[in-house]
Design a protein around this ligand. Structure first.
Ligand SMILES: Nc1ncnc2c1ncn2[C@@H]1O[C@H](COP(=O)(O)OP(=O)(O)OP(=O)(O)O)[C@@H](O)[C@H]1O
Length: 489
């Protein structure tokens, strides 16, 4: 019988010998909503000599900006970003977000990437600097190598055992679960705590999967599907792994990629179960419920110790702040300080504004006096601007817009005629790339509702859409006309 059978292991992460929890919760860097529009971007599309290829990895045009980012990428890979943020400036819809994403893709999936929008810092509940702080920590990775005692093998049996619920008298609960594990060398049957069963379910483990269970925490990790099942389907996205060698119960070197924010969250949440005794226990032991500066400092100390001992390695990632002009003076002061910290990620800022007021510097004084505030390029204080490496993006030509539209049509499965594409590209040159990209899906719906059979979205559909939707320029024009009319009478 297993040693963990009797231990009160829980699926909640437990502290390790260093006193902090290193078991990663689901990655906190996942943000998909803003990424979908950039699904065609797969990288910067640079040749080996660093020059931008005409059309590669989903990127068209913007060659100078791509090459500049390529150079930054090399600096980053050499670990020499030296706290200088990169600032992307240019008109709306010229690919600043796309460039930042491409940079993160070039760095690979193991390097954390955290994207935020400047206005996200404003909330009634959380301090602005707190939001910024947690984003900074989301963008700093830690690769931890630990040798742990594990039970590893292919699952041959998974039998939960039910019992009467002792608390309510109604319904049933799981009293334990029997898991059979097989390796090349042998097999073992484990009798495990119900919380481990929860962890098994969370990982969606089924018979035939290769898993390991950490002996002292009960954490379960699904490695993949056993090789023996490889011929089950002709086409599958499953990752197949060989049957583990050695004993089921062994010591194994595990590599975990976590972010500092993951560690903060895992250590801030109360540990233990939901029953009354655990809750009381947490109160007595001072169970923490929020991430405080003190907790972060404690974690930093342990992380420093790990790095010194060679157990962990710091992986600085990328923090992307879009619409940076939305930050205010307090945030910029925080940014300046955070950039100088030795644990700073690579910061990429983006703004589509020209000279504008820095938020937080304007005021309505007493006795009716007011100040317009400090005006600065891109709404960024001069001292921070001075530190930035600035890269400019420029407007697209008709031909480039046409190719980007063509690519998006392919990805979204939209059929469109050559003339309609030409028309949209022409319009994009006069309005913006984003506007015409946004017209693609509605034009397809319009075309389908008409029941038109043929080559797809036509010029008529595009013209009809133009009556339904206005671009920014036309909308401003209409407002101006109205104003003139009002002034006349
Ligand atoms: N050079 C390019 N090649 C391919 N697609 C592009 C290119 N530039 C922009 N796009 C696409 O155009 C759309 C708008 O670009 P993006 O959101 O990156 O612009 P932005 O400069 O960040 O705009 P804003 O200033 O309004 O935030 C996205 O779908 C993006 O993927």
């Amino acid at each position: 019988m297993s040693a963990i059978a009797s231990s009160s292991s829980t699926s909640a992460p437990q502290p390790n010998s260093g006193g902090i929890i290193t078991q990663p919760p689901p990655p906190s860097t996942l943000r998909e909503s803003r990424i979908a529009t950039h699904s065609h971007i797969k990288g910067l599309g640079l040749a080996d000599d660093g020059t931008a290829m005409d059309f590669s990895q989903g990127f068209i045009g913007q060659t100078l900006a791509r090459e500049a980012l390529g150079l930054h990428l090399s600096l980053l890979k050499m670990g020499r970003h030296s706290g200088r943020p990169l600032l992307l400036v240019g008109p709306p819809g010229t690919g600043k977000t796309a460039l930042a994403l491409a940079l993160s893709q070039e760095l690979g999936s193991k390097v954390p990437f955290c994207a935020m929008v400047g206005s996200e810092v404003y909330s009634g509940e959380v301090k602005k600097t707190e939001v910024l702080g947690s984003c900074f920590r989301r963008a700093i990775g830690l690769r931890i190598k630990e040798t742990k005692e594990v039970y590893e093998g292919e699952v041959t049996e998974l039998t939960p055992s039910e019992a009467e619920n002792p608390l309510s008298g109604y319904g049933k609960t799981i009293s334990h679960v029997i898991v059979g594990l097989k390796t090349v060398k042998g097999t073992k049957q484990l009798r495990l705590d119900p919380s481990v069963y929860e962890a098994i379910q969370k990982e969606r483990v089924v018979i035939g999967d290769v898993i390991y269970i950490e002996a002292n925490t009960g954490a379960v990790k699904r490695v993949g599907r056993s090789d023996a099942y490889a011929s089950e389907y002709d086409l599958e996205a499953e990752e197949y792994v060989p049957l583990p060698k050695g004993d089921v119960h062994k010591r194994k070197e595990l590599v975990q990629d976590v972010t500092l924010n993951d560690l903060d969250m895992a250590n801030a949440k109360p540990q233990g179960g939901q029953d009354i005794m655990s809750v009381m226990g947490q109160l007595v032991k001072g169970g923490r419920t929020e991430v405080t500066d003190k907790l972060r400092k404690e974690i930093n100390k342990v992380v420093d110790k790990y790095i010194e001992q060679g157990v962990a390695e710091l992986v600085p990632g990328v923090l992307f702040i879009d619409e940076v002009h939305m930050l205010d003076m307090e945030c910029f002061t925080y940014l300046n300080r955070a950039l100088e910290s030795p644990m700073s990620p690579y910061v990429v800022l983006a703004s589509n504004r020209g000279i504008c007021t820095i938020r937080g510097t304007e005021y309505d004084g007493i006795l009716g006096s007011s100040s317009e505030g400090i005006r600065s390029p891109h709404g960024i204080p001069i001292d921070l601007l001075d530190r930035c490496m600035i890269v400019k993006t420029s407007l697209y030509r008709k031909e480039e817009i046409k190719r980007i539209l063509e690519m998006r049509c392919k990805i979204e499965g939209i059929q469109i005629t050559g003339e309609a594409l030409d028309r949209l590209a022409e319009q994009g040159e006069k309005t913006s790339l984003r506007f015409v990209l946004q017209l693609l899906t509605p034009s397809n719906i319009l075309n389908k509702t008409k029941g038109a059979v043929g080559a797809g979205v036509s010029v008529e559909d595009v013209l009809e859409l133009n009556e339904l939707f206005l671009d920014a320029k036309r909308s401003t024009g209409i407002l101006k006309d109205l104003e003139d009319l009002e002034n006349k009478y």
